[in-house]
Design a protein around this ligand. Sequence first.
Ligand SMILES: [Zn+2]
Length: 110
Amino acid sequence: MEQRQELLETLRDELIERVDRYKVHKMRLENPLDRDMEEQAIELENEDVIDALEDEAEEELRQVMHALERIEEGEGELCERCGEPIDARRLEVIPYATLCLDCAESEGEP
Ligand SMILES: [Zn+2]
């Protein structure tokens, strides 16, 4: 299962980069030079979209980091709720899953 750890580490680095990019982008939006009103409205809308994307990336990053912790503790393939092994196919589809399908469904997580 080393492959999964590598995959998660790559995913983690990508997500960190992505969050950084959103932050830089927002910084630019927050420092408007001279724009007219219409342009500012569009920019505001964009900022909401970027906020949503940033939240999404941060949430995914949180899950990836958590899954990596579980792997380091030697429990990466076990459901953190019921302790049963997580289906290998499930881990292939969602490498950062830390719950088995049954537990995830009862918690409303992917
Ligand atoms: Zn479970």
